[in-house]
Design a protein around this ligand. Structure first.
Ligand code: UDP
Length: 470
């Protein structure tokens, strides 16, 4: 969902900028029928945006590999179907460009076969693009285990450095089954005609400028076009009703302004049973109001396993500490698995957001001026946490013990700090400054609007060219 939501919104914007004279097709690899939230989202597409679900890949090839490797394999095995889908589209329309997601750089070859411009859309931020640009260098220059590196990592354009341990776990471990695949895609990103990033100059301008000067971009354009976030209004003007919307908004209506902490770990993040207990007891200890999207704990310590494959069917509330629901009744609303996040963040009662540093969630928080508690779980999230806490100063971060567990006392302290403490006031002020900058970037004369217009004009210029393979 973290990849599809911004692509859907980007598509809507393209259609608007083209005055409805273009069409967009979102082509999605699959493992089976789409999850409910995805199906619901795809039903909201305007007439000029359609979607194609590629045939599910054979699940047996995904047995015994990590979640990251599963993602890569699913996309790899879908490339022949992608070729077929593009051939079908090319018979109907003159195609201009193909935009590939981070796991899909093999789609560039398909784009070339059909004489299409090939663009790379980063599902996260410019920092992630900087990591992609740096990875081949890291691989070539460092032999052996990265964890032995004494020096922190410094990426292009970053004024802040990262401890090596904050790198994406599949990158950190050269022996992981995803490492070579990530490296291969990082190298192939250079084959793109341009890069599209859901960010804005006011927040990551230094990184974008640095990347533009790098061999990686090699003169090809980088388009910061954000923040683009999920809209709540459908194209025919109806308010999009998300799962559990009424329940959440009615409860928020009964709470004082800026008094509720929203707790959610993205579209699939999960905690261990032990960490789930500590979080519950820490929230209880903080004596603050909270709205928590509860998921059943992971059993394999794989915090992103439920992004792909079946989510647990068991009732997540069964895993909460004894008596917790009764003790927090009245000041807490718990919802299983999914909440209408955009609507919750936009509600006046929401005063803080404890989140896994997912980039869409971060942008949604920025646009609503809601300060953050950073709780990174996986992928590039630890790096984003450093960016949010130390560089942008819009988030507080609880400190884990040496065993990796964040304890209830620490959670309570940070929650109180954000909601009622001096430190919370400081991050709230920084967040409000960034909120204005984000709005400006998306205004008529804003940097992201200009960037998107430039991208559209490049594609318009190409749309007269014939697609091959038709
Ligand atoms: N989301 C939501 N309700 C939920 C969980 C997630 O609407 O209960 C949406 C959220 O608003 C965001 C996306 O799913 O647009 C999650 O993207 P993000 O990049 O933050 O995290 P990811 O899921 O990719 O880790």
């Amino acid at each position: 969902m973290g990849h599809i939501i911004p692509l859907v919104e980007f598509s809507r914007k393209l259609v608007l900028l083209h005055h409805h004279e273009c069409t967009v097709t979102i082509i999605i690899p699959s493992l089976g029928p789409p999850p409910e939230a995805q199906a619901q989202l795809l039903q909201t597409l305007p007439p000029a945006v359609s979607h194609v679900l590629l045939p599910p890949v054979d699940p047996t090839i995904l047995a015994h590999v990590s979640t990251d490797a599963k993602l890569f394999l699913t996309v790899d095995r879908s490339i022949p179907h992608l070729r077929g889908a593009i051939a079908a589209l090319a018979r109907e329309f003159p195609l201009a460009a193909l935009v590939a997601d981070i796991f899909g750089t093999d789609a560039f070859d398909v784009a070339r076969e059909f004489n299409l411009a090939a663009y790379f859309a980063v599902p996260s931020n410019a920092l992630t693009l900087a990591l992609c640009s740096y990875m081949p260098k890291l691989d070539a220059e460092v032999s052996g285990d990265y964890r032995q590196l004494a020096e922190p990592i410094r990426l292009p354009g970053c004024r802040f450095a990262f401890p090596v341990g904050d790198l994406h776990p599949s990158i950190l471990d050269r022996k992981s089954d995803a490492y070579e695949r990530i490296l291969r895609h990082a190298k192939r990103q250079r084959l793109a005609d341009g890069f599209i990033v859901n960010t804005f100059m006011e927040v990551e301008g230094e990184i974008i400028e640095a990347l533009r000067g790098e061999e990686f971009a090699n003169g090809r354009p980088i388009f910061p076009i954000g923040p683009i976030i999920q809209s709540t209004i459908t194209d025919d003007g109806r308010i999009f009703r998300a799962t559990r919307q009424n329940e959440c908004l009615e409860w928020l209506d009964s709470q004082p302004p800026a008094s509720v902490l929203f707790v959610s770990f993205g579209s699939g993040g999960t905690l261990s049973q032990e960490q789930l207990n500590e979080l519950a007891l820490g929230l209880e200890m903080s004596h603050q109001q909270f709205l928590w999207v509860v998921r059943s704990p992971n059993t394999t310590r794989d915090t992103n396993a439920s992004y792909i494959g079946p989510q647990s069917n068991s009732n997540p509330f069964n895993y909460l500490p004894e008596g917790f629901l009764g003790r927090t009744k009245g000041r807490a609303l718990l919802v299983p698995s999914w909440a209408p996040q955009i609507q919750v963040l936009g509600h006046r009662a929401t005063g803080g957001f404890l989140n896994h540093c997912g980039w869409n969630s971060t942008l949604e928080s920025i646009l609503n001026g809601v300060p953050l508690i950073s709780w990174p779980l996986h992928g590039d999230q630890k790096m984003v946490a450093v960016q949010l806490v130390e560089h942008l100063k819009i988030a507080l971060r609880p400190i884990a013990g040496e065993d990796g567990l964040i304890r209830r006392e620490e959670i309570s302290k940070v929650v109180r700090g954000l909601m009622v403490g001096e430190e919370g006031l400081a991050v709230r002020n920084e967040m409000n400054v960034l909120k204005e900058a984000a709005k400006n970037a998306m205004s008529e004369e804003g940097s992201s609007t200009k960037s998107l217009e430039l991208l559209v004009s490049q594609w318009k210029n190409r749309s007269g060219e014939p697609s091959l393979g038709t």
